[in-house]
Design a protein around this ligand. Structure first.
Ligand SMILES: [Zn+2]
Length: 88
């Protein structure tokens, strides 16, 4: 999966512009961060810095995440509703 979005901010380590690229998750925790939060893993192609930064830009990932949250909310509401009518 290649993501070549124009990048959002400076590298916090070497302060270069336009060197941050979205990095792949290397472990389970990073995968969770990428999937469930509005944070994104970045790597600097100049100095090799790697870390997490918030990515509040509206993009497809953001929409996918929003949809995931909505889906979970609807599912939870539906389950709660089902439980409530069974009790009543
Ligand atoms: Zn850097």
């Amino acid at each position: 999966m290649a993501i070549n979005n124009p990048i959002y901010s400076k590298c916090p380590s070497c302060l270069s512009n336009d060197t941050l690229r979205i990095s792949r998750a290397r472990n389970f925790i990073e995968k969770i961060i990428k999937t469930l939060t509005f944070y994104e893993l970045f790597r600097c192609k100049k100095c090799g810095w790697r870390g997490i930064r918030s990515s509040f830009t509206i993009n497809t990932r953001w929409f996918k995440r929003l949809l995931l949250y909505l889906l979970l909310m609807i599912l939870t509401a539906f389950l709660v509703y089902q439980v409530l009518i069974r009790i009543a």
